[in-house]
Design a protein around this ligand. Structure first.
Ligand SMILES: Nc1nc2c(c(=O)[nH]1)N[C@H]1C(S)=C(S)[C@@H](COP(=O)(O)OP(=O)(O)OC[C@H]3O[C@@H](n4cnc5c(=O)[nH]c(N)nc54)[C@H](O)[C@@H]3O)O[C@H]1N2
Ligand SMILES: Nc1nc2c(c(=O)[nH]1)N[C@H]1C(S)=C(S)[C@@H](COP(=O)(O)OP(=O)(O)OC[C@H]3O[C@@H](n4cnc5c(=O)[nH]c(N)nc54)[C@H](O)[C@@H]3O)O[C@H]1N2
Ligand code: SF4
Ligand SMILES: [Mo]
Length: 732
């Protein structure tokens, strides 16, 4: 019999509402369609959501714990065996090297599962390791750093008020391709921006390539990769000089004078030269942004993935602050959701004060940078990492210089991977632990409410059951901590409560009486005092529980004086240092490599899904006709891209969408999917362009690598690739 289940897609943060047909007898997903009754996201949907069922039925899916018996050879095991062995080995490693000898990495999809996030945190605190690594160091860490400095907290929901915005300054983002999402969720966001444009709003896209979004926008500014800071500082300077700045009215702000002094010091012609944008264009953008009735500046990965990602993010936020667009209609506002966000963060944000052993870096938002992992694993000495648990992630492909990380992982005493399939980062795993798919879980994710453009809540329903016997991830981490004899959440008594509640559950036959993630969610909902659990559950299509409010931001600023600190010293110093450093060009590697995303993949996963387009499955490097001519490369040629740390071969696509001197390759490709059950040859599509990205060239604040603005050279693949055969292309 078929049943209908309503839930939302958890592949990207658009979280489109879904209507799913399920065959109950065979426990199979029959179809996935958008949910017309979802009051918030109806209208947005894509093929990745439509084909999500293919991941559940992935022919190479891991459905039993698998133990490695020889290189590339695995045998099935029971959970009892897996947990006992892993617990024993982790404890032995901790006995020898201390808790820091165990490192962890969790990737992007974990963010959608509150149950996993909660008990993963509990597990990390049980081990007590400071060597925690996460995807934020490949993604949005720059925002956390800026939030921390300006507002006193690493995380805030600052959502855009798209429908009232008259001027969009969109920097380093391509929402036409990747949806209008990053740290905020805006269903149909890009279509609504285009609607605003048709109604007369101004849309400016800043991107070194003419992206799909840039093509549709009124203005495209082709900035030099990595130099957005100079462009944004120029815009800020002109706004101040023209007197278009206004006192922020919604939030108390200190430091504006220091910002103005900084803008006065910078020379506009020099800034224009730095960012490769004409002075007149900077002046024009400043005038339009500064004089618009309402406006917002937003920046995403195009900005964060560079050495100057944090100061560029800061300057973008300053544009909103000094023109009074913060927490104002048409700008960016604080969405308070329905739980007390700062209280929840305190619960999860265990203050990790650990410094990395070798580079002596502090964590950002509680976690270290993936860039540091290889050396931390391979360099002997006290504090060396000897074991790792990787969950929901693929850092060998998503991170920089994957080969170095791959080699390091190969030398670990213990590697445990918790995933749906065995990918590149799990290649050397001693244990593969099955993951569950979001269509197999059900839960409330209270923190998602803070990133919604409108007050919205939806409970995620389970559509199908996990394969027989497969534990949800939160259960696995709980069992592991129990088996290790270490206190979950690092708190005494928690394990005893778990055992006691389990006993009661077993005695009464009521599973819900055993401690589980819903207890935590219910508690948070109750303590937030805005919504009732049963009302949330009574809205299976999702619930718009209020109107967007302005004016809440001032209440959540937690700096010492409860004011926004617009001019943190270390940012001012960094900009002054950048201004004093002459721009460098690299004769050996004269082109700058940037990144993009494709619609039919999600980072390094889904690209093997049969229902997504096969045409996208070979990687191409997009190159400007003049750069191609200089390199002796034609459209369709097999070419070689080389950087100071790596080299890849792929096809050239010659296109004037690229700025001269810039080439583009999408990330996420070239990750293999292994078959640990049959041992069949791995599958993979495209090449891993992150092999070209150094793990030492980082934004010093966010510790994010320069995935964009990687210096490379281009040669025909056949040509002997030496420095002397370098292409002679200079930056315009
Ligand atoms: N050059 C370049 N590199 C980039 C980027 C870029 O723009 N350019 N983008 C960066 C960004 S923004 C991100 S977010 C990162 C992503 O980096 P990661 O999060 O490390 O990598 P993903 O490719 O998202 O891998 C997710 C893994 O989780 C698994 N998975 C999916 N769902 C589940 C589940 O429910 N349970 C379990 N157990 N596993 C699951 C998938 O099979 C996959 O192996 O990549 C970063 N890397
Ligand atoms: N289909 C699909 N959707 C996704 C994802 C996916 O993998 N596939 N990933 C999701 C995730 S995890 C994230 S974080 C978001 C990311 O969402 P976005 O940040 O919007 O990601 P992109 O689409 O890669 O757009 C980045 C743009 O920055 C430009 N760029 C590169 N270098 C620079 C630079 O130096 N300066 C400027 N100004 N621009 C530059 C690139 O040309 C590109 O057009 O997307 C999410 N949505
Ligand atoms: S992957 Fe597609 S269907 Fe899923 S949430 Fe994102 S846009 Fe919506
Ligand atoms: Mo991301």
């Amino acid at each position: 019999m078929a049943k209908t289940v309503n839930t939302y897609c958890q592949i990207c943060i658009t979280n489109c509402g879904l209507e799913i047909q399920v065959d109950e007898a065979s426990n199979r997903v029959l179809s996935i369609a958008p949910d017309r009754q979802n009051p918030y996201s109806w209208g947005d949907f894509c093929r990745k959501g439509k084909t999500a069922g293919e991941v559940i039925e992935h022919p190479r899916r891991i459905t039993r714990p698998m133990r490695r018996v020889a290189d590339g050879e695995y045998v099935e095991a029971t959970y009892a065996e897996a947990i006992a062995d892993i617990a024993h080995r982790l404890n032995a490693i901790i006995d020898r090297g201390g808790p820091d000898a165990v490192a962890t990495y969790h990737g992007n999809p974990m963010g959608f599962s509150f149950s996993t996030t909660t008990f993963w945190t509990g597990f990390l605190d049980a081990i007590g390791t400071g060597n925690r690594f996460w995807v934020g160091s490949l993604d949005e860490n720059n925002v956390h750093v800026v939030f921390e400095e300006l507002y006193g907290t690493g995380y805030l929901g600052l959502v855009p008020d798209i429908d009232a915005c008259d001027c969009f300054l969109l920097v380093g983002m391509d929402p036409a391709q990747s949806r209008f999402n990053w740290l905020d969720s805006n269903p149909s966001g890009w279509n609504r921006v285009l609607q605003r444009q048709r109604d007369g709003a101004d849309v400016i896209v800043v991107d070194p390539r003419r992206s799909t979004s840039a093509e549709r926008a009124r203005t495209h500014v082709a900035v030099l990769p990595g130099q957005d800071w100079a462009f944004l500082l120029g815009v800020l300077k002109v706004i101040v000089e023209l007197g278009l700045d206004k006192r922020p009215s919604a939030v108390p702000v200190t430091g504006i004078d220091a910002v103005k002094r900084l803008t006065a010091e910078a020379d506009l012609d020099q800034l224009a030269q730095r960012c490769g944008v004409e002075r007149a264009v900077i002046e024009d953008v400043a005038r339009r942004f500064g004089s618009a009735r309402t406006a917002m500046c937003l920046s995403h990965t195009g900005v964060s993935h560079s050495e100057y990602g944090t100061i560029a993010e800061w300057l973008g936020q300053l544009l909103n602050i000094v023109t009074d667009r913060l927490d104002r209609p048409g700008g960016r506002r604080y969405e308070r959701g329905y739980v007390d966000l700062q209280r929840v963060l305190k619960l999860f944000g265990s203050p990790n004060r650990h410094q990395t052993r070798l580079r002596r870096n502090p964590p950002v938002f509680g976690f270290h940078s993936v860039a540091e992992l290889p050396d931390e694993i391979t360099t002997p000495g006290p504090g060396q990492i000897r074991a790792m648990v990787i969950a929901f992630g693929n850092p060998v492909v998503s991170g920089p210089q994957g080969e170095a990380l791959d080699a390091a992982l190969a030398g670990l005493d213990l590697l445990v991977a918790v995933d749906l399939v065995q990918r590149e980062s799990h290649r050397h795993a001693h244990w593969l632990i099955p993951g569950t798919h979001w269509l197999e879980r059900e839960e409330l994710s209270p923190l998602l409410a803070n990133v919604q453009e409108r007050p919205f809540v939806q409970y995620a329903q389970r559509a199908v059951s996990p394969p027989d016997g497969v534990m949800e991830e939160w259960e696995f981490f709980t069992e592991l901590a129990l088996a290790m004899g270490r206190n979950l959440f690092g708190r005494r008594g928690v394990n005893r409560v778990i055992r006691a509640t389990r006993w009661v559950a077993a005695r009464t036959g009521r599973r819900a009486l055993a401690l589980n993630p819903e207890w935590v969610s219910r508690l948070l909902v109750a303590s937030g005092r805005r919504l009732k659990w049963r009302d949330i559950r009574a809205h299976p299509h999702g619930w718009l529980f209020g109107e967007p409010r302005f004016g809440d931001l001032a209440d959540v600023i937690v700096t010492d004086d409860k004011q926004v600190h617009a001019a943190p010293d270390r940012f001012l110093r960094a900009v002054r240092a950048a201004l004093a450093t002459p721009p460098s060009t690299d004769e050996e590697f004269p082109l700058l490599l940037v990144n993009k995303r494709v619609r039919e993949a999600m980072n390094s996963w889904l690209n093997e899904s049969p229902g997504l387009f096969a045409a996208q499955r070979t990687s191409v490097v997009e190159v400007h006709p003049r750069d191609a001519a200089c390199a002796g490369v034609h459209d369709g040629d097999l070419v070689r891209l080389t950087s100071s740390v790596g080299s890849v071969e792929l096809r050239a696509k010659v296109t004037d969408a690229m700025r001269q001197g810039v080439v583009c390759v999408p990330h996420g490709w070239g990750s293999r999917v292994f078959d640990p059950v049959s041992g069949a040859a791995p599958q993979s599509f495209g090449v891993n362009r992150n092999a070209l990205v150094s793990n030492t060239r980082l934004d010093p604040f966010s510790q994010v690598p320069a995935f964009n603005s990687t210096a490379v050279r281009l040669n025909p693949a056949a040509q002997h690739d030496t420095a002397s055969s370098k292409t002679d292309v200079s930056l315009p």
